[in-house]
Write a protein that binds this ligand. Sequence first.
Ligand code: ARG
Length: 571
Amino acid sequence: MTSTYDVLLGRLRGAFDAIADGADPVLRPSDRSDYQANGVMALAKLRGMNPRDTAAEVLSHLDLEGVADVEVAGPGFLNLTLTTEFLNEQLRTLLDDERLGVGTLSGRIAVIDYSAPNVAKEMHVGHLRSTVIGDALARMYRFRGYQVISRNHVGDWGTPFGMLIEHLLDLGEDEAIASLSIGDLDSFYRGARAKFDSDDAFKERSRARVVALQSGDAETRRLWQILVDESVAYFADVYAALDVTLTPADVVGESYYNDMLEDVVSDLDAAGLLVESGGALCVFPEGFTNRDGEPLPLIVQKSDEGFGYAATDLAAVRDRVSNLHADEILYVVGAPQGQHFEMVFAVARAAGWLPASVRCEHVAFGNVLGADRKMLKTRSGETVKLIGLLDEATQRANDALALRSNNLSEDERRHLARQIARAAVKYADLSTDRQRDYVFDLDRMIAFEGDTGPYLQYAHARLRSIFRRLDVPWDPNTAIFALHDDAERHLALGLLAFPEAVDGALATLQPHRLSGYLFDLAQRFTTFYEACPVLSASEPTRTERLALCELTARTLSLGLSLLGIEAPDQM
Ligand code: ARG
């Protein structure tokens, strides 16, 4: 179906086009009316005319079917009020549409680079953000019809692997595997580091090991593979616990690009972009300078001949455009890497690897803070384990559920507690502007009231419980929509705005556009439910209101699923 929004926007476009080319109408839900059309001012300016006169002219060309009232407001806004019949019809079409009005694109490919933890290192909260935001975007893109290629750009290469492999040998393979497989990656890493810093012979061995690894020594590669495999298996457990769609097949780590790095360098050289600086091979992309105004280098090959993080990312952009045929490439990585990505994109463009038609964006995010508003750390100052956070949230949800009267078995309660915990953690992350920092406050996140994941899950479960109480099962085919009350109309307009919320979140790569919409919808529902009894209403009002309830439940459930949050039927 075409969403109400698209119908109206299409008509406005028609009216604008009839008058002149070159100005675009904007349509927004407004407080004063159902929708507010904007852009008349730009049109008036283009034609050197008075905005109110232009508004009147737009109106004379506008198809007003289904519009009950139009008003020219302020300096040239058009306030549109829709007729109840039109809204009823739109709701009916919505109910028949599994996609709830969200359209599908076809033939577009999006590569989403997210999560990207490092081998033999614990996933920290920064990886939590990347994982949760990236997965929400992947789900939305998939739903919108894109072919999504997830790329888990795991850190699996570089100098630390010398010491990690030597440490593995010191421990013995079995012992090492045992320690890695219980997810104790950090203590493994710390053990290696401590020896590296204090033991010169170990340091020497580690250096020699890096050389062996880079020159492709078979035994060294085998040992390296153990570290990678054990870590990837551990990451897979974390993803499963978080209900994240990444699979081991999406792991395409830094090492994957090794064979492409020579070509990256020679092609940059052939393009005349490569400059030697202090023994290193660099590109100085236009427009990047340091504080003193000197050009900033992107180091492609270090003076010791080794390739760095930037070279790998250059190879990855090239691979994603030419081999994966990406139309869009998203990098869900923390804000501190902003300049790195801007420079990589600039160099890739200069080298001709990244055509202007490909949307390439760094989806940056802020930090997770503790109650003290500093970077979240454990009491002893260590990075917080993701899995520990989730376990703690699950425990709290379980305790909260135990206090409520429900007839859940012990197992069912555990399962539900996990669903609630995931919702709490993910929603807290997805409900703020991703660029901003947020405070990790488990008490607030897990509460059943307020702008939280569990609140939205609860709103959905409450709706489902209405249907469980019916004597005769509800039949969507008999559903009729007939809006009478203001609260019904208010809820209906919220339901019709779902496609805009999804599109808005995708266009800005801001999942909080969708979560904010869902929270608003849940509140509209609460207002409606307080003002309009459902089960005790007489017919046909009861049937009409049930139809609104059904659409609300489906919208909440679909919307949450696009954020990677489950919507259990019972809580
Ligand atoms: N492994 C890196 C880190 O932990 C993130 C990699 C992000 N992706 C990329 N293509 N550079 O910081």
